[in-house]
Design a protein around this ligand. Structure first.
Ligand SMILES: C[S@@+](CC[C@H](N)C(=O)[O-])C[C@H]1O[C@@H](n2cnc3c(N)ncnc32)[C@H](O)[C@@H]1O
Length: 241
C-alpha cells in the first residue's frame, strides 16, 4: 500500500482537532492549489489596467500564492507580497523563482507596520472580507505615495432579489468560463472541500456598505460591482489626502 501525504486527510484531521482559523484554512487551501483560473484571477486584467505604468514600490496584501504579485513585477522595481498563511507564502516563493524583484513575507496585515507614503500601488484581492474594512482602508491610504493607486477586489454580499438576479446572470457565465479556462465545469474535489470548509465562516459586506465606508475614507473612490460575485475599489491618492 502506498503511503503518501494527503492534503485532504491533513485538513480533515486538523479541522477535527482544532477550531480552524482563517490562517489554517488557507494553509489547507494552499496544499490543494494548482494555480488555475478562478473568479479572482478573472479580474487581474481589469486591475492591471489601473496600475501606474511604472512603480518603484508595489504591495499585494493577502497575496496568496502570488499570482497578482508576479503580474505587478512587470510594472514595479520591487513588489512585496504579504500573507499570514505560511503555506501560501511557501507556494508563492516556489512559483516566483524567476522573479528577482518580488519578495514575500509571512505577515498579518492587521499588525504589520505599513510604512507611510511608501508605495506607488497597493493591491488586495479577495482578502478584505477577512480584515477590519475601514481601518485597513485607512492604513493602505496612508501607505500610498501621492499619485499612488489603491486596488481592491473583494466578494460582497448578494442576498435577496438582487442577489437572485445576479446568480441567474452569473451562473451560466461562471460555468462557461470555467469550462473554457480549466476544461472542467467544477473545480477538483480536494479544492472544493477545502474552500467549502473555509466558506462556512466567511462574511461579506453589502455593496452599499462598501460604498459608504469608501466615501468616508477614500473620497472619490470608484466602487464597481462585477458579475462574478465581486466588487472593486479603485482610488488614486491626490495631494493633501
Ligand atoms: C481568498 S485568498 C486570495 C489570495 C490572493 N490574493 C488571490 O487572489 O489568489 C485570501 C488570502 O488572504 C490572506 N489573509 C487573510 N487574512 C489575512 C491577514 N490578516 N493578513 C495577511 N493575509 C491574510 C489568506 O491567507 C489568503 O491567502
Amino acid at each position: 500500500m502506498a503511503l503518501g501525504f494527503s492534503p485532504r486527510a491533513f485538513c480533515v484531521t486538523l479541522a477535527a482537532f482544532t477550531m480552524p482559523t482563517v490562517r489554517e484554512d488557507f494553509d489547507c487551501i494552499a496544499l490543494v492549489s494548482n494555480g488555475e483560473w478562478n473568479h479572482n484571477s478573472h479580474y487581474h486584467e481589469f486591475l492591471l489596467a489601473h496600475v501606474p505604468s511604472r512603480c518603484t514600490q508595489a504591495l499585494d496584501v493577502g497575496c496568496g500564492a502570488g499570482a497578482f504579485a508576479r503580474l505587478l513585477a512587470a510594472r514595479a522595481d520591487h513588489v512585496l507580497g504579504l500573507d499570514f498563511s505560511p503555506q501560501m507564502i511557501r507556494l508563492a516563493r516556489e512559483r516566483s523563482r524567476q522573479y528577482p524583484n518580488v519578495e514575500f513575507q509571512v505577515a498579518d496585515a492587521m499588525t504589520w507596520a505599513f510604512p507611510r507614503e511608501h508605495f506607488d500601488c497597493i493591491a488586495s484581492i479577495a482578502t478584505f472580507h477577512h480584515l477590519p474594512f475601514e481601518e485597513m482602508l485607512a492604513k493602505m491610504r496612508d501607505a500610498l505615495k501621492v499619485g499612488g493607486v489603491l486596488l481592491i477586489l473583494d466578494l460582497h454580499q448578494t442576498r435577496g432579489l438582487s442577489g437572485f438576479f445576479v446568480n441567474v446572470l452569473a451562473m451560466p457565465v461562471h460555468l462557461a468560463l470555467r469550462l473554457v479556462r480549466t476544461g472542467r465545469l467544477r473545480s477538483r474535489r480536494e479544492a472544493r472541500e477545502a474552500w467549502k470548509q473555509h466558506g462556512l465562516n466567511d462574511v461579506y459586506l453589502p455593496l452599499a456598505q462598501v460604498r459608504r465606508l469608501c466615501a468616508r475614507v477614500l473620497p472619490g473612490a470608484e466602487v464597481r460591482r462585477h458579475l462574478l460575485w465581486r466588487c472593486s475599489i479603485v482610488w488614486r491618492k491626490e495631494a493633501g489626502r
